[in-house]
Write a protein that binds this ligand. Structure first.
Ligand SMILES: O=C(O)[C@H]1O[C@H](OP(=O)(O)OP(=O)(O)OC[C@H]2O[C@@H](n3ccc(=O)[nH]c3=O)[C@H](O)[C@@H]2O)[C@H](O)[C@@H](O)[C@@H]1O
Length: 462
């Protein structure tokens, strides 16, 4: 601006020395030039201020825009952000599907519950004085669940404790919700504090493949578990019945086996975890009886069979029946000359209840003295089931007891008990149970196949 004015003044001084006319022209030119400079200057100034405003706006725009797009770091951030966002959206969609499915399932459960009113088997009414609180360890197992049924029907309050290693909720589900029944998921290897009048201690795997599967656990259950049960009995002054076994006789050298026989057990063989575990269990019972005045009953249980045996039980009765029903080969371990005496489960339960009610404290054999070889037993099953199954000999089991038959004189005289169910009758009931189980498992497999292959499920999968 200063420069422009100086220039204009210089021009005017020059013009003053010229003619009047030239002077006028020079003045006009000078003024026009000055105006042009002035206009240019003003224009430039406004351009500068305009461009600085748009720069600010751009910066603000950039700040508003997230994630930033300018440099690499920002671009990476943006990509990560977009990825997370996409994942989040996919998860939300999956969650929505799952919620829809849950709602559908809940509706189905509600309608099923509504259509099946809870009906329990009839139970006797016992007054407060006669009604006992009875704890059954292993009460969801094969034998335990039948004992539960009988004692419930008699009108007692039953508390089942089971770790469900071999027991199943299904075995006692018909009592769930009944005011006299309680089911506790508990491993008896850990102490239990509860008020009861009687205990039936059945908790332990009993089938050779099951107890050999985890021998340490089998020993713990039969030693620590029994200590916990006897300790509980001592605290609350309850009577205890310990479920012992014919296996305490090992591979017997006396036949048939009376309770006075001390047995022939290999202490380091594959069966020892069970055989010796049960022998210690008996020893503990009599130690608590002597030292702590606990009232004990010991039942030595011989081979027992019946409905609610597990399909994967692995013992001879379930194996042979399932093999025959599936038209598979019936597998006899060894030469089949070894013998067993089989009792039906309801006979055993009657014997246990009679023993608990008695005053007799020494061990009592509970078994059916009708003895047969395993070879004969395979023939009986094949004949009862029918079908084309072959009977074949396979590898013998290590330390398999060769002869087993209970001497039941004690039970007969002291408990007035003896087995009532003939082998054929019991086996027919057991065969019919396994036939239903097979049909049920086929149905289950088919339904689950249908479900997992259904287009709805495929669509809802992420
Ligand atoms: O059922 C029971 O109450 C008894 O079962 C088992 O004793 P174990 O007599 O060896 O029972 P199984 O596994 O049923 O075997 C019986 C006989 O059949 C044979 N067997 C078993 C399964 C098989 O598929 N094929 C076969 O020939 C065995 O070698 C054995 O000689 C347990 O060890 C006992 O504690 C339990 O009291």
């Amino acid at each position: 601006m200063v420069f422009v004015c100086k220039e204009a003044a210089a021009t005017i001084i020059t013009m003053m020395s010229a003619t009047k006319k030239r002077l006028k022209i020079a003045a006009v030119v000078t003024i026009v030039l000055g105006l042009i400079y002035l206009l240019r200057f003003l224009n430039n100034t406004s351009l500068i201020s305009r461009s600085s405003t748009s720069g600010q706006q751009q910066e603000e725009e950039q700040q508003r825009q997230w994630p930033p797009t300018e440099n690499v770091q920002q671009r990476n951030l943006q990509l990560a952000y977009e990825e997370q966002h996409a994942l989040f959206e996919a998860q939300q969609l999956e969650m929505k599907h799952t919620k829809e499915q849950l709602v559908h399932l809940e509706e189905q459960i509600r309608s099923l519950q509504a259509s099946t009113p809870r009906k329990y088997p009839k139970v006797k009414y016992l007054n407060y004085k006669n009604r006992k609180r009875i704890l059954i360890t292993g009460g969801a197992g094969f034998v335990g669940s039948h004992l539960v049924d009988d004692l419930m029907i008699q009108g007692h309050e039953i508390i089942v404790v089971d770790n469900f290693f071999t027991g199943r909720k299904r075995n006692v589900e018909h009592w769930l919700g009944h005011e006299n029944f309680e089911l506790i998921h508990h491993d008896i290897v850990n102490p239990l504090f509860i008020e009861i009048d009687e205990i039936y201690h059945l908790a332990s795997p009993a089938s050779p493949p099951h107890y050999m599967y985890n021998p340490v656990k089998t020993i713990k259950t039969n030693t620590m578990g029994t200590i916990n049960v006897l300790g509980l009995a001592k605290r609350v002054m309850a009577k205890v019945l310990i479920a012992s076994t014919s296996e305490v006789y090992g591979d017997p050298t006396v036949h048939p086996q009376p309770e006075t026989y001390w047995g022939h057990v290999n202490p380091i063989g594959p069966r020892a975890c069970y055989d010796e575990g049960k022998r210690v269990s008996e020893t503990l019972s009599y130690a608590y009886a002597k030292q702590e005045k606990v009232q004990v009953r010991v039942a030595r249980i011989f081979n027992t069979y019946g409905p609610r045996m597990h399909m994967n039980d692995g013992r001879v009765v379930s194996n042979f029946i399932l093999q025959a029903l599936r038209n598979e080969t019936i597998t006899v371990y060894g030469n089949g000359k070894q013998t067993r005496s089989f009792q039906y489960v309801s006979d055993l339960v009657d014997g246990m209840i009679a023993l608990m009610a008695s005053n007799y404290t020494q061990p009592v054999n509970l078994g059916n003295p009708v003895e047969q070889s395993i070879e004969e037993f395979a023939q009986i099953i094949k004949q009862l089931v029918g079908g084309p199954s072959e009977i074949k000999q396979t590898k013998a089991m290590e330390d398999d007891p060769q002869r087993r038959k209970p001497d039941i004189t004690r039970a007969k005289t002291l408990l007035k008990w003896e087995p009532k169910v003939p082998l054929e009758t019991g086996l027919m009931k057991t065969i019919s149970y396994f036939r239903n189980e097979l049909a049920r498992s086929d149905r289950f497999q088919e339904n689950s196949k249908k479900y997992f292959e259904s287009p709805d499920l495929q669509r809802s999968r992420p």
